[in-house]
Design a protein around this ligand. Structure first.
Ligand SMILES: [Zn+2]
Length: 215
């Protein structure tokens, strides 16, 4: 159940919804151009498919790149192009559904016009909502990946700093030990006298290799 919920609220579902909606738009635009193109015969049908493809593909590209239509940095990302697409959808739907024609066979002609008006307006709102969702989900996704990148950069920096701290403390203990002739500068062991310490130093295996000038 959680998997379904996270799919439905995720970026994948938004893209899928947008694509499904665009296929409906293709059918709609194609049938409109088949009626309205000023061409004759079979060329009109071929042209209607071509024009519908151009329109729908352009709409898809516009939807996917809404944030690039930003007019200035204070404006809502691509708000104006979302409204342009909304108006386009409104007009296309109004013609597709023949909004001005009431159907007396279905019932009251005025009520059928009302129903068509609701459909036309809602489909245009769907279009606006999909575009809005697409852009905001995409931006969330990018912000998340940016946050992850800076987190791993910070972690790398932290590791580097910790390595420097341990190098420094090693050098510090070596320095302290050098001050005292009874202490081994390598392992930090204390001896009764400097002769014992010097004897041990020849065979001391632990080495603080890091001296100050290496840091
Ligand atoms: Zn030692």
């Amino acid at each position: 159940m959680n998997a379904i919920a996270s799919f439905l609220t995720g970026f994948g579902a938004t893209v899928l919804g947008l694509l499904v909606f665009v296929s409906y738009r293709f059918f709609e635009v194609q049938s409109l151009f088949e009626n309205y193109l000023p061409l004759d015969g079979s060329i009109r049908q071929v042209a209607s498919y071509l024009v519908a493809f151009v329109v729908v593909f352009s709409l898809l590209i516009f939807s996917a790149n809404l944030d690039k239509f930003k007019l200035n940095r204070f404006a809502d990302s691509g708000a104006w192009i979302k409204w342009v697409l909304f108006l386009f959808t409104l007009v296309i739907n109004a013609y597709f559904w023949r909004l001005w024609e009431g159907d007396s066979q279905v019932g009251n002609p005025k009520l059928t016009i009302f129903f068509k008006a609701v459909i036309v307006i809602f489909f245009a709102i769907f279009d606006y909502a999909y575009n809005h969702l697409f852009v905001s989900s995409w931006m969330d996704k990018q912000a998340l990946s940016k946050a992850f990148t800076s987190l791993s950069q910070l972690q790398a920096k932290e590791n580097e700093l910790q390595a420097r701290v341990s190098k420094l403390s090693a050098s510090l203990s070596e320095l302290i030990a050098r001050e005292d002739p009874k202490v081994c500068p390598r392992c930090g062991k204390t001896f009764d006298n400097s002769n014992q310490r010097n004897g041990h130093l020849r065979s001391c295996q632990s080495t603080f290799k890091n001296s100050n000038n290496e840091l």
